[in-house]
Design a protein around this ligand. Structure first.
Ligand SMILES: Cc1cc2nc3c(=O)[nH]c(=O)nc-3n(C[C@H](O)[C@H](O)[C@H](O)COP(=O)(O)OP(=O)(O)OC[C@H]3O[C@@H](n4cnc5c(N)ncnc54)[C@H](O)[C@@H]3O)c2cc1C
Length: 335
């Protein structure tokens, strides 16, 4: 489990970081908190010649701060730690779905080190990929790394490695946008367009670009919301299934607007688009909640992994969807 040899670059500014990435292209890899990169390097999943450590750029307040204004909404710098997000009184009060999801990521140590940028750019995961070099080689490798076969879906040429981050589904339910900085400057992209739903080619990010911030529109503040997650050990593990809900409910109990998103059951975190259409303008009813839960199951495509079965994970998507919607309808709206 030793690390491969690499050169460590510590850029002094964002412009410096972009220039290093542009110079080294596919030979460079970004390191933020390192809580995903370092174990992956130890498992020899990558062997970058240059590791670009962007964590010291957190001294630039813009890259690590959490800012809110009614005019501009919420802005979180990509280097903000997960702990600073889930413990932020502002996020807990105005964006409860995000605070709830981030609080379930890994354990306290990883949340202290890990950043929201790293969480949104996480590698996809698979039982046959996230293993030591020795273990992988004994099976002849896998499609995602260095073999001809997908052990999850033998015969197929598509990689089903699962998106296993927790903040993305919450941010999808808040219509978040991300800010990406590259040689041409900064651009904004809806988070929903960032994910490609391909286990091998997971995100729309150039080799010379980095994620610099997350934006949530002010109109999403104060919505009810929550997050439910299935994992082997509640104290630390990655999700095996996760459901995030954000909802605006009026004083008569009518849902005015809702979003529902899934994680860990596809190669991308996905919005269940029908939920948004079907819930708007409706009061709570067991039939409606059931219909949305069935649609969530149809969106989820979990395949074999250790710690659970596809059937159980799909069933938990149904249970979590029901629970999340019922809780959201019951809780008080902050609007
Ligand atoms: C035991 C354990 C349990 C875990 N459990 C969970 C869990 O339950 N849920 C979960 O979501 N995660 C989990 N993780 C993974 C990880 O801790 C978090 O996802 C964390 O947020 C990653 O952030 P980081 O800053 O450490 O990213 P890093 O490890 O530094 O980077 C992760 C990936 O993102 C890229 N990257 C980082 N920052 C940027 C940027 N600004 N722009 C572009 N690319 C970037 C890196 O190149 C790398 O590919 C777990 C990790 C461990 C070790």
């Amino acid at each position: 489990m030793t690390m491969p040899a690499f050169r460590l670059e510590r850029p002094r500014s964002l412009a410096d970081a972009v220039s290093i990435l542009a110079t080294h292209g596919p030979d460079a890899m970004i390191l933020a908190g390192g809580t995903d990169v370092v174990p992956n390097l130890q498992m020899k999943l990558f062997s970058p010649r240059v590791l670009v450590d962007i964590k010291p750029l957190a001294k630039n307040a813009q890259l690590a701060s959490i800012d809110w204004s009614p005019a501009n909404g919420l802005r979180i710098g990509a280097l903000a730690t997960l702990t600073s997000i889930c413990e932020s009184p502002l996020i807990r009060e105005k964006f409860p779905v995000l605070a709830a999801a981030v609080a379930t990521i890994a354990g306290p140590l990883q949340r202290n080190m890990g950043t929201v940028g790293g969480n949104l750019c996480l590698e996809t995961r698979c039982q046959w990929y996230n293993q030591s070099d020795f273990w992988r080689k004994s099976l002849g490798g896998c499609l995602k790394k260095d073999g001809p076969i997908c052990h999850v879906a033998p015969g197929g040429k598509f990689c089903w490695a699962a998106w296993s981050g927790d903040s993305a589904p919450a941010l999808l339910t808040l219509d978040a946008e991300i800010e990406i900085t590259g040689p041409q400057g900064a651009r904004r992209l809806p988070l929903a367009q960032f994910y490609k739903n391909d286990g091998m080619d997971r995100i729309a990010l150039g080799r010379d670009e980095l994620l610099t911030a997350v934006h949530v529109p002010a109109r999403m503040a104060g919505r009810r919301g929550n997050y439910h997650k299935l994992r082997v050990r509640n104290s630390i593990d990655y999700p095996l299934a996760g459901v995030a809900v954000s909802m605006h409910v009026d004083s008569r109990g009518i849902c005015r607007d809702a979003r529902l998103a899934l994680t860990a059951v596809n190669p991308a975190p996905l919005l269940v688009k029908e939920a948004c259409e079907w819930l708007a303008g409706q009061p709570a009813s067991p039939e409606l909640i059931d219909r949305v839960a069935q649609q969530a199951i149809r969106t989820a495509k979990p395949l074999t992994t250790s710690g659970s079965t596809p059937v159980y994970r799909r069933d938990m998507v149904r249970v979590f969807t029901r629970r999340a919607l019922e809780e959201s309808w019951r809780s008080a709206d902050g609007k």
